[in-house]
Design a protein around this ligand. Structure first.
Ligand SMILES: Nc1ncnc2c1ncn2[C@@H]1O[C@H](COP(=O)(O)OP(=O)(O)OP(=O)(O)O)[C@@H](O)[C@H]1O
Ligand SMILES: [Mg+2]
Length: 378
């Protein structure tokens, strides 16, 4: 017996105000376009999701799916060529509801860092090369509040310890004296200096070797447990994301096509694209099975097909997928999907049963890692 899917009522009032005090960020129908010499392209197409206090949400998808564009919009840091052309972005900050899209410049300046901080994609070179790490902590703090140098450095030391760096050595250093992995840790610590409630990390482990990646994931998990911030973790790597995430959102061609608790996404994916991403994850057997890539080419945002944008690459697409607007439906508690064929996707998966284990927390137990191992990384 199959049950009819139902549209899940959002925990947000229709105007996009977080009505649930547990929701710290409510994104509703967000649309973002880039102006280019060849016309405009819609890079984010109607993104809708909540971020709950203290939760970790992973945003995954192939290159060009709109992850960074969405992340930057959450800090109102979009480049000039980009424009939010629809939807709403609301935070709950210090008990107040804040409409990010209309925030005045001074509050926006405070908001960045104090409410929400971001570690940017490819940011390992973002530290100021002519300042010591010590001075970068001091400058960041002074831009927001009046504290003594002693107080700032006390907190900086504590944060550096939490990211498993030697505070004294690192504070004295210039960025070029640190490895890539160490710089990434410094950036995470700097991001947390003003005690933000939300931390956005855009591909924080890309360009680092696998051991360093795992060490950073481990550090993030511990930091989150200790400090309680909510996290948006952007990645194209579902297996890494699964190690940290409470929930996972899959993005394709600017749309969030599936969203749900990490175990549901991993064991019972309902969108064929999520399933394809899972199948692209190497197996855990220890053998180096080649990473299977997803058949077909990523979508051209200037020229998206009608219907479901994934249909040209989809093995279970039917005629309706090529012509109809695809609604988002709830398929289990907390799991939503934009796919007409989700029941087939799940059925296939059960029968195929190709994946058995979620590769989380395996080989990443920080207890077996000594602090010294983090020193020579990157
Ligand atoms: N400054 C820009 N001007 C024009 N188009 C842009 C600009 N930045 C991004 N885009 C386009 O917007 C789309 C989404 O890009 P975005 O960087 O958000 O994707 P992404 O998911 O973060 O990809 P990646 O995994 O490679 O980081 C892409 O098609 C990209 O070409
Ligand atoms: Mg990106």
């Amino acid at each position: 017996m199959t049950t009819e899917p139902v549209i899940r009522p959002a925990a947000v009032s229709p105007d996009g105000t977080p009505s649930d005090p547990g929701v710290i960020l409510a994104v509703r129908d967000l649309q973002i376009a880039y102006r280019t010499a060849r016309g405009s392209i819609l890079a984010v197409r109607g993104a809708t999701f909540d971020l709950h206090r203290g939760e970790s949400l992973a945003l995954i998808g192939e290159s060009g799916s709109g992850k960074t564009t969405l992340g930057l919009a959450l800090m109102r840091l979009l480049p000039r060529a980009a424009q939010v052309i629809g939807g709403s972005l609301r935070y709950r900050w210090k008990g107040d509801e804040v409409d990010l899209l209309t925030l005045d410049p001074e509050r926006l300046r405070r908001f960045r860092g104090e409410a929400c901080a971001m570690v940017f994609q490819g940011a390992q070179n973002a530290l100021n090369p002519v300042l010591t790490i010590r001075d970068q902590f001091i400058d960041t703090d002074r831009a927001h509040r009046r504290r003594s140098t002693r107080q700032i450095l006390e907190q900086a030391r504590e944060l550096l310890q939490m990211v498993q760096l030697e505070p004294e050595r690192v504070l004295r250093a210039y960025p070029h004296e640190l490895s890539g992995g160490m710089r990434q840790r410094v950036l995470i610590a700097l991001g947390l200096l003003l005690d933000p409630e939300v931390l956005i990390l855009d591909e924080p482990t890309t360009a680092l070797d696998i051991l360093t990646q795992r060490a950073i994931i481990d550090v993030l998990r511990r930091l989150k447990e200790r400090l309680g911030f909510a996290m948006l973790f952007i990645s194209h790597d579902l297996s890494l994301a699964a190690e940290l995430a409470d929930r996972v959102a899959t993005m394709y061609a600017g749309r969030i096509v599936e969203l749900g608790p990490v175990d549901d996404i991993f064991y019972r994916p309902a969108h064929p694209y999520t399933r394809a991403l899972l199948d692209a994850v190497p197996t855990l057997s220890g053998e180096t099975e080649a990473l299977r890539s997803i058949p077909g080419s990523p979508p051209d945002l200037r020229n998206l097909p009608p219907g479901c944008p994934f249909h040209p690459r989809c093995a279970v697409a039917i005629e309706r997928c090529r012509v109809e607007e695809i609604p988002t439906v709830a398929v289990s508690p907390g799991q939503t999907v934009a796919c007409l064929r989700w029941q087939e996707v799940r059925r296939d998966r059960r029968q195929g049963g190709q994946r058995t284990e979620r590769p989380d927390r395996l080989g990443t137990d920080g207890a077996s890692r000594t602090p010294g191992e983090t020193e020579g990384e990157g």
